[in-house]
Ligand binder design. Structure first.
Ligand code: XMP
Length: 516
């Protein structure tokens, strides 16, 4: 594999994903792993990630020079670049010139990393220290306003480094720089495909689950459907999918899961009507985190009961349900505070919202993947396009799209407004242009309107169309005015309780995609 050594940045998994985009297998390892253990994995190349520290800070993770002398090609990024320079005898200094954000680098197009690229390019920087002197034997191949030494290379020892972050999209030629390292610096041939990914994940799931039974929390969305199809391939009919109708679903959703997914996969499915249970548990609660935790808890309680019933119904007492399969993705893990040193932004119900006394072991085969990779895996497994191409919908459903307490009546209002918005976006052919469009009910807000000859005092509905690559960042989608007008007109006419439709024009950050 291509090893990505994680120096404690949120970027390490992103680097691994970029390596996979270049069709090479990659794996993230912590910087605390010994050089011997890293080399035991027989890495074809090594990428050193960025990190939050200064190489001179106390307790800063250091780089064992032996890794650079093992004959394996190495590419250092940001902190990894500086750690590499320091280990090779160059100089890293606090120059006072800090660079954060986009800047222009001047590169040498005849070098290995920048071959075939323009000699100035936009790059994304984030550093306080700078390299002032390259180590002996390494050529300086780029500079930037804040760094005299912004890239280095040595084609004999196959050592390379850049000060900026080639893995983020703001670095215009970032992917080419990385691929130049992998294909021309390290001279690897790209042979990693979705089929390989499936094989790897199936083998892993087999090993994890052994001969026990598992249940999968199926939501009808892409992630849980793909996770289910994957585990079904691994353990066959020892997997049962459980679809919980928690009453927080959109119109037509339960029916779609039963029809589309089961038809395609033939998976064993149990549908549980838990509408009353969830509504009762949510009564009187309006705090977003409290709602998420309650929904997560009720989900798990429902699965526990289902697990007991399944073993009984299937008459298979020797193989108790030990595992709960979830379609957790990497962005869910990072944002729930599961990444290295990452902050808890919100408790995604399938990660941070789990109760402490969970009676299952979790199987999360997709936890290192991004959405588009999950879609590739799904297609490879034969999951129907109608599911694979679906826009994301959060597990807590409409429960986190009603700002305020969740009640039956409010759910009904939101469900009708949401169905209209979705129908119009689909009719306008926009489904593939937007990542998703949450429709949010501001249930505790009322405003005055006029309709017919009368005064109304209704609720606003918020439209939140966003464009995104992986939900980690997003921008609001510039929908055509005619489509917005159509949606607004229909909602205010057809949903009596709503007298105002507003558009959310906030990117992420600072807003998140969902309102809660
Ligand atoms: P945010 O609101 O954090 O959303 O910007 C990022 C993406 O995650 C979805 N989302 C969830 N998905 N369980 C899920 O399965 C959750 O609790 C959850 N919360 C948010 C959201 O729809 C968006 O695609």
């Amino acid at each position: 594999p291509v090893l990505v050594v994680d120096f404690g940045a949120q970027y390490a998994q992103l680097i691994a994903r970029r390596v996979r985009e270049a069709n090479l297998f990659s794996e993230v390892v912590p910087h605390t792993m010994s050089v011997a253990d890293m080399l035991a994995k027989q890495p074809a190349a090594i990428v050193l990630s960025g990190g939050p520290s200064s190489v001179y800070a106390e307790g800063a993770p250091s780089l064992d020079k032996a890794l650079l002398e093992a004959g394996v090609p190495v590419f250092g990024i940001c902190y990894g670049f500086q750690a590499m320079v320091k280990a090779l005898g160059g100089t890293v200094e606090r120059t006072g010139l800090r660079e954060y954000g986009a800047t222009q680098a001047t590169v040498r197009p005849e070098s290995t990393l920048f071959n075939g690229q323009p000699d100035t390019q936009s790059v994304w920087m984030s550093h306080g220290d700078s390299v002032s002197e390259a180590p002996k034997g390494l050529a300086v191949t780029a500079t930037s306003p804040g760094a005299d030494v912004a890239a280095i290379e040595d084609n004999d020892r196959r050592l390379y480094g850049v000060q900026w972050h080639p893995e983020v999209l703001h670095s215009t030629f970032g992917q080419q720089v990385l691929e130049n390292f992998l294909l021309h610096g390290a001279r690897l041939s790209p042979d990693w495909t979705a089929a390989n990914m499936v094989e790897e994940l199936v083998t892993q799931a087999k090993a994890d689950i052994g001969d026990a039974r598992a249940i999968c929390a199926l939501s009808g969305g892409v992630d849980s459907s793909v996770a289910a199809a994957l585990v079904q391939r691994a353990i066959g009919d020892r997997l049962t999918c459980v679809f919980v109708d928690h009453g927080l679903l959109r119109e037509g959703e339960a029916e779609q899961v039963e029809q589309d997914f089961v038809k395609a996969t033939g998976v064993d499915l149990v549908v549980i009507d838990a509408r009353e249970q969830f509504l009762t548990a949510l009564a009187g609660v309006s705090d977003p985190e409290a709602k998420r935790k309650i929904i997560g808890r009720e989900f798990i309680r429902t699965f526990e009961q289902a697990a007991r019933d399944i073993v009984q119904d299937r008459g298979d007492e020797e193989h108790p349900v030990k595992f709960l399969v979830q379609g957790t993705l990497y962005p869910d893990v990072v944002e729930s505070g599961g990444g290295t040193g990452a902050a808890n932004i919100k408790s995604h119900h399938n990660v941070g919202g789990l109760p402490d006394d969970l009676q299952f072991s979790l199987v999360e085969p997709l936890r290192l993947l991004f959405k588009d990779e999950v879609r590739q895996v799904g297609r490879e497994l034969g999951v129907p396009e109608a599911i694979v191409a679906r826009q994301p919908f959060p597990g807590p459903g409409l429960g986190i799209r009603i700002i305020g307490e969740v009640t039956e009546e409010r759910l009904d209002i939101l469900r009708r407004a949401d169905a209209i918005a979705r129908a119009e976006l689909t009719a306008a052919g926009l489904d593939r242009d937007i990542w998703q469009c949450p429709v949010v009910l501001l249930a505790d807000v009322r405003s005055v309107g006029v309709q017919g000859d009368g005064r109304t005092y209704g609720h606003p509905i918020v439209l939140r169309p966003v464009s995104s690559e992986d939900a980690m960042t997003a921008d609001w989608t510039r929908l055509p005015y005619e489509v917005l007008a159509k949606i607004s007109g229909r909602i205010t006419n057809e949903v009596a309780e709503v007298n105002r439709v507003v558009l959310d024009v906030t990117s992420k950050p600072p807003g998140t995609i969902e309102w809660e």
